[in-house]
Design a protein around this ligand. Structure first.
Ligand SMILES: [Zn+2]
Length: 448
């Protein structure tokens, strides 16, 4: 390839040399890879180390043509808008109100962010390894591609250039909302998670893809929680996912009702144009989030069992293709107490509700608190579970609000069907009793 440019490929660089005024390089992988590819551009390369893994970041010295086209088009729209001001029907008006276009803004170079990107990639790798086991390759290269599209290939990430840009640069391209920023911030972590979910293990058929996209999404969200320990971004990301699932199509049906996650690519249709990405990515993430919650130690709140499970699963199927049922069977083997709701060591209840079916429950709560003669209080409550089938079953956490910053978990109630009654003895009287304060269930919560 021509000399001034740089090439980066899957696998490890064995040697590079010059010949007939061209650059050549040889790349090799130590094991079979599901896909192989390369990226090529005018990059600045930065390196860092995550334990034994070499992290490489390839940042563009310029901006790709597609973004310049976006910018030119925005400038044209702005001029049109200025000429026709007063006409509310002009297309693009809404967009232009949010965009600050200065035609002389040309600073789209991303190389100055490469050190920070490298350090975040190192952090993500060090965060994921205790969860998912040793990183499966020797190096991890992160490189830019134009557009919104991103992919995590073995040891080589192709990520949207938007994720390399600063919020200011994105704003000048009309892509500057908070939602977009949260999404782009966890994009690299999502693609890094694919090194395990997609490269270390693969999917048997389109039915099983939900685990790879949904779980990579969830690990991206978890990394945001690690990065921002107050948990705001993590909660926001889960909320955005829920909102997308509850958003309705033109006939007023929720996107979640497009079909079970297990239907994969068939979820997109003329009725649900965004059915596939919404259900696979957003419900898939929520499914793993709910398993994470159900496997928490009820006393200590530790998620050690979940971590062991994920690691054992990835080790057990290393280098193999897996089906949804492999995941279910692995959960049933040494089933966690919090998952064995039916006492038969089976996960049918969970998979039948969340994987092979549709439906998001709505929760309401009626309760009364009585002072007891011997001291303390009795809380009597009735949890109503609606908008799901009669035999829908889900463990729900009950919380007491004792002050503005004092929210305590009171206990867990397994709700089956339309309603469940419970009684708890309390030492102090809560100001308010609520459900699912930690957003552990994909539900509509009417108690907050
Ligand atoms: Zn993905």
């Amino acid at each position: 390839h021509p000399k001034p440019f740089t090439i980066v490929a899957t696998g490890d660089l064995v040697k590079e040399w010059e010949e007939a005024d061209q650059k050549h390089s040889l790349w090799e992988s130590k094991s079979e890879l599901p896909v192989a590819g390369f990226n090529y551009g005018d990059y600045l390369k930065k390196t860092a180390k995550a334990g034994a893994v070499a992290v490489e970041v390839y940042a563009n010295r310029g901006i790709e043509n597609v973004y310049l086209e976006v910018k030119t088009r925005l400038e044209q729209l702005r001029e049109l808008y200025l000429q026709r001001q007063g006409s509310p029907r002009i297309r693009g008006e809404l967009l232009l109100n949010q965009v600050s276009i200065t035609p002389d803004f040309t600073d789209f170079d991303t190389t100055r962010f490469s050190d920070e990107i490298a350090s975040q990639v190192v952090k993500a790798l060090l965060f994921f390894e205790p969860f998912m086991g040793e990183y499966p390759f020797r190096k991890l290269a992160v490189s830019q591609i134009p557009g919104r599209f991103s992919q995590g290939w073995p040891s080589l990430l192709y990520v949207s250039s938007l994720s390399f840009m600063s919020p200011e640069q994105r704003m000048h391209l009309g892509m500057g909302t908070d939602r977009e920023a949260d999404f782009l911030e966890c994009l690299h972590a999502h693609e890094i998670a694919h090194q395990w979910w997609g490269n270390q293990i693969g999917w048997k058929s389109y039915h099983d893809l939900w685990m790879f996209e949904g779980f990579s999404n969830y690990f991206g969200y978890l990394f945001m929680k690690e990065k921002h320990p107050d948990g705001k971004q993590f909660r926001d990301l889960l909320r955005y996912s829920k909102e997308k699932l509850l958003a309705t199509n033109s006939s007023g049906q929720t996107y979640e009702s497009a079909g079970p996650v297990w239907l994969g690519g068939r979820l997109s249709s003329s009725r649900f144009p965004e059915g596939y990405p919404t259900v696979i990515y957003d419900k898939g993430a929520w499914i793993l989030h709910m398993l994470h919650y159900l496997m928490l130690d009820p006393i200590t709140g530790s998620d050690q069992n979940f971590r062991f499970f994920i690691q054992n699963f990835l080790t057990r199927f290393n280098g193999k293709l897996i089906a949804t049922d492999d995941f279910k069977r692995m959960l049933e083997k040494n089933i966690d107490k919090g998952l064995d709701l039916e006492g038969n060591k089976k996960m049918d209840w969970f998979f039948d509700q969340w994987v092979y079916n549709t439906g998001i429950p709505t929760y309401r709560l009626d309760y009364s608190i009585t002072a007891l003669k011997k001291g303390g209080y009795q809380l009597k409550g009735k949890i109503k579970q609606q908008n799901v089938s009669e035999d829908f079953i889900m463990p729900v956490e009950v919380f007491g609000r004792f002050g503005p910053d004092k929210i305590e978990r009171l206990g867990r109630v397994v709700v089956t069907g339309n309603e469940a009654n419970f009684k708890f003895a309390l030492r102090t009287r809560p100001l308010k009793v609520t459900l699912d304060e930690n957003n552990e269930i994909l539900c509509q919560n009417k108690t907050l």
